[in-house]
Design a protein around this ligand. Structure first.
Ligand code: ARG
Length: 463
């Protein structure tokens, strides 16, 4: 092989990050080989002590990774043989790198998924903290980015809690299908050695909720399936899309035209030329990074689409997109938890530096946009008007208010009565932003007591 081809075909530069999974998988394999009488117990002991040495070498940074040895698996096996001789060469009995790499990636990803589920929970808690503080803060709810109806800022935050809770649920489902054992499939057809695959699965924690071992049931599928990586990427892309939507709102809300929120200076940068600037770099970057995670999903799908059974070297290309997806998602979730909810001050025990809300600006924006027009229509319906007629009546009232440059609630009763004589003094209760909010007292609605109930439900769920 020329140096160029060596570099082209080797994966050790990036797959060395699988080293822990590789050692764990090998130890479980060796334990089973010994239990089945395929490997002597002294060979097994040598393998274990050799792996211990390798582990400490890698942790200390003294392990010598060799491009010539292609990948993480061959690097570790070669060093093992160097350390313990023939026992190292016996480790690969009944195994191929094809089932080995599939096992390693699954083990590694399973643990990353667990971490991601924790990080998603932390972000939900941060959003709940902001929601709790702002149940009574009113801002305009938008459709088409046009002022629609007044809503609670707490309610708005809870919408994201719902999204991230579904993301965590999805990750849990992906984890279930990731946590299955390919080892024993060998190169593609299974092996003639009497392996105990279920024993290995149990050792590696590849079990279902009842503790039953989870083993890939077809050897061809076991070595060539990367569905788990693809569906993980899909779940990750969706989580990033949710972060990206939140980012877009943060960017809008902190622009001068909205002025709804501030985020801590730790997440913004100035401009090199305009001294007054405070740019929302972190939300913008998260929005941008969503593109690369979505791209990785497309990459993995495309990687798989033309592959005949069983293993093909194409699959070596699954790693960089998968690793980058995990890194990007974890970093993004960590940063967002802190940017939204703040950072714990050890001295005071309080969280500091989260989103700060300009309640007045939000309320004024809601008041400017005729956000209670629907409430006036509902009021007329309760007085007996068909909804379509009420809708038209209110359209005329809004037109009049626009002409006089006032809010609906600022039109005198006499003027309102010109649109419909059934309008009485109590109309001003529903025309107020708070009255409008309180009226939406239905499961999932924005009335403050509903919002509080949802916060309590979510807190209880997160535990
Ligand atoms: N580095 C390879 C991968 O990532 C390991 C499996 C190689 N198997 C083989 N038969 N060449 O997929």
């Amino acid at each position: 092989m020329s140096d160029l081809v060596k570099r082209y075909t080797s994966s050790v530069d990036f797959d060395k990050r699988l080293w822990q999974a590789d050692i764990t998988g090998s130890l479980a394999h060796a334990e089973m080989l010994a239990a089945q009488g395929i490997l002597s117990s002294s060979d097994r002991a040598s393998i274990e002590s050799g792996m211990l040495t390798i582990r400490s070498e890698i942790e200390a940074g003294t392990f010598e990774w060799k491009l010539d040895l292609e990948d993480v698996h061959l690097n570790i096996e070669a060093r093992l043989t160097q350390l313990v001789g023939d026992a190292g060469k016996r480790l690969h009995t009944g195994r191929s790198r094809n089932d080995q790499v599939a096992t390693d990636v699954r083990l590694w990803l399973r643990d990353e998924i667990d971490l991601i589920i924790t990080l998603l929970a932390e972000l939900q808690q941060a959003l709940l903290d902001v929601a709790e503080k702002n149940v009574e803060v009113i801002l305009p709810g938008f459709t088409h980015l046009q002022v629609a109806q007044p809503i609670s800022f707490g309610h708005h935050m809870l919408a994201y809690v719902e999204m991230f809770s579904r993301d965590a649920e999805r990750m849990g489902e992906v984890r279930r299908r990731t946590n299955r054992l390919p080892l024993g499939a060998a190169a593609l057809a299974g092996t003639s050695y009497p392996l105990d695959r279920e024993r290995v699965a149990t050792t590696l924690g590849m079990v279902d909720e009842k503790g039953r071992p989870q083993v890939c049931q077809n050897s061809l599928d076991a070595v060539s399936d990367r569905d788990f990586a693809i569906e993980f990427s899909a779940a990750a892309a969706l989580a990033m899309v949710h972060v990206s939507r939140l980012s877009e709102e943060l960017v809008l809300w902190m622009s001068q035209n909205f002025g709804f929120i501030k985020i801590s200076d730790r997440f913004t940068t100035g401009s090199s030329i305009m001294p007054q600037k405070k740019n929302p770099d972190v939300p913008e970057l998260a929005r941008g990074k969503t593109g690369r995670v979505v791209g990785h999903l497309m990459g993995l799908l495309t990687l798989m689409k033309g592959q005949p059974l069983a293993y093909n070297k194409d699959n070596q290309e699954d790693k960089e997109p998968l690793f980058d997806t995990v890194d990007t998602l974890k970093d993004t979730l960590r940063i967002f938890s802190e940017m939204v909810g703040g950072q714990l001050n050890a001295a005071t025990g309080q969280k500091e530096g989260g989103i700060s809300v300009n309640a007045l600006a939000m309320e004024q924006a809601a008041a400017r946009g005729y956000a209670t027009a629907t409430d006036l229509a509902d009021y007329l319906v309760k007085k007996g008007l068909p909804f379509r007629d009420a809708h038209e009546t209110v359209a005329h009232a809004v037109k009049a208010a626009i002409t006089h440059q006032v809010d609906l609630s600022e039109l005198p009763l006499s003027v309102l009565q010109q649109f419909n004589p059934k309008i009485e003094k109590d109309v001003y209760d529903v025309l107020s932003l708070r009255g409008s909010l309180n009226a939406r007292d239905i499961l999932g609605g924005t009335a403050p007591n509903q919002v509080r109930a949802q916060i309590a439900r979510q807190r209880a769920r997160l535990g």
